[in-house]
Design a protein around this ligand. Structure first.
Ligand code: ZN
Length: 295
């Protein structure tokens, strides 16, 4: 287990226990979230080290690594994914100002986004920790995917854009990735990071049952303020924050399930709609946000 003696963002040792969450997805173990009194950053205390993390992931149901269409939630997820892939590609082109350049997708998962970029003319590389997912996207999409230990072998200042779609919150070594991303981006290159938002309306409503806390797989729990403070203090400039408006439905359905609601799908969809409408007028309260930064 990794125990933090200081805040990973501002290095203060003044932080307090703010919430206890259960791993509803896999182990049913409890994990404590701590919040820094100085910068407000929230993180999972005593989370598994890299060599212990495997058992918290090993399941056919983990959606990022699975590509089955079993179950209504997964079916909806796949439908939404097609729409989101196109939206993400358009965002990369617009934010980077490059029509077809070089992109690195960190946390490639099943490889669908990297393939979306590749088939639209981008020179695409990926990094994926899960060996099976890595091999599957190499075979299925012909992608170039390496494992995280090989990141240092990538050439400095060679990418127009680096993307992390819902992966940064999983990485134990936050500092290492921020340093590597900075090294790999071309000067003026674009970084796009999608993350759950603990300041969202749905997080406030579901509290410890909020599915996007997803302990202990999610180590870091950002909001727009802590995210911009972290990256701006490490030399990046935030250029845009935009909403991922559909994630809230999936998160709300899962959160209702974690609460033990037998009508989780219906309730989650209805509440998700309410959260989405409210967040439309206040995007910093959206369930998931996309941050666009420039090096
Ligand atoms: Zn702090």
């Amino acid at each position: 287990m990794i125990h933090h003696e200081s805040c990973p963002v501002c290095y203060s040792s003044d932080f307090r226990h703010s919430l206890t969450c259960t791993d509803h997805f896999k182990s049913q173990e409890e994990f404590k979230l701590f919040t820094c009194s100085v910068c407000g950053f929230t993180f999972t205390q005593d989370h598994p080290a890299d060599d212990e993390a495997g058992k918290y992931y090993k399941s056919d149901d983990y959606i990022s690594h699975s590509d089955t269409s079993r179950g209504l939630v997964n079916k909806i997820y796949r439908l939404v994914r097609g729409m989101m892939l196109r939206k993400k590609r358009r965002l990369v082109v617009k934010a980077s100002g490059v029509q077809t350049g070089r992109i690195l997708d960190i946390g490639t998962g099943t490889g669908h986004f990297a393939f979306e970029m590749k088939k639209n003319g981008w020179i695409t590389s990926g990094i994926e920790i899960n060996g099976e997912a890595r091999q599957a996207s190499i075979e299925r999409f012909g992608l170039e995917i390496i494992s995280p230990e090989q990141i240092s072998s990538l050439v400095s200042a060679s990418y127009d854009c680096i993307t992390l779609w819902h992966v940064l919150e999983h990485f134990n070594d936050l500092s290492l990735y921020i340093r590597e991303i900075s090294r790999l981006l071309k000067p003026g290159g674009t970084l796009i990071v999608a993350l759950p938002n603990i300041n969202s309306f749905d997080a406030a409503h579901y509290k410890s049952h909020w599915a996007a806390y997803d302990v202990p797989r999610h180590v870091w729990h950002f909001n727009p303020d802590t995210f911009s403070f972290l990256f701006e203090s490490r030399g990046f400039k935030m250029t845009r924050v935009s909403a991922l408006p559909l994630d809230v439905f999936y998160i709300s359905i899962l959160s209702e399930k974690y609460r033990g609601n037998s009508l989780a799908f219906v309730t989650g969809m209805l509440k998700g709609a309410v959260f989405a409408i409210r967040a439309f007028f206040n995007i910093r309260k959206t369930s998931s946000l996309i941050y666009v930064l420039r090096k």
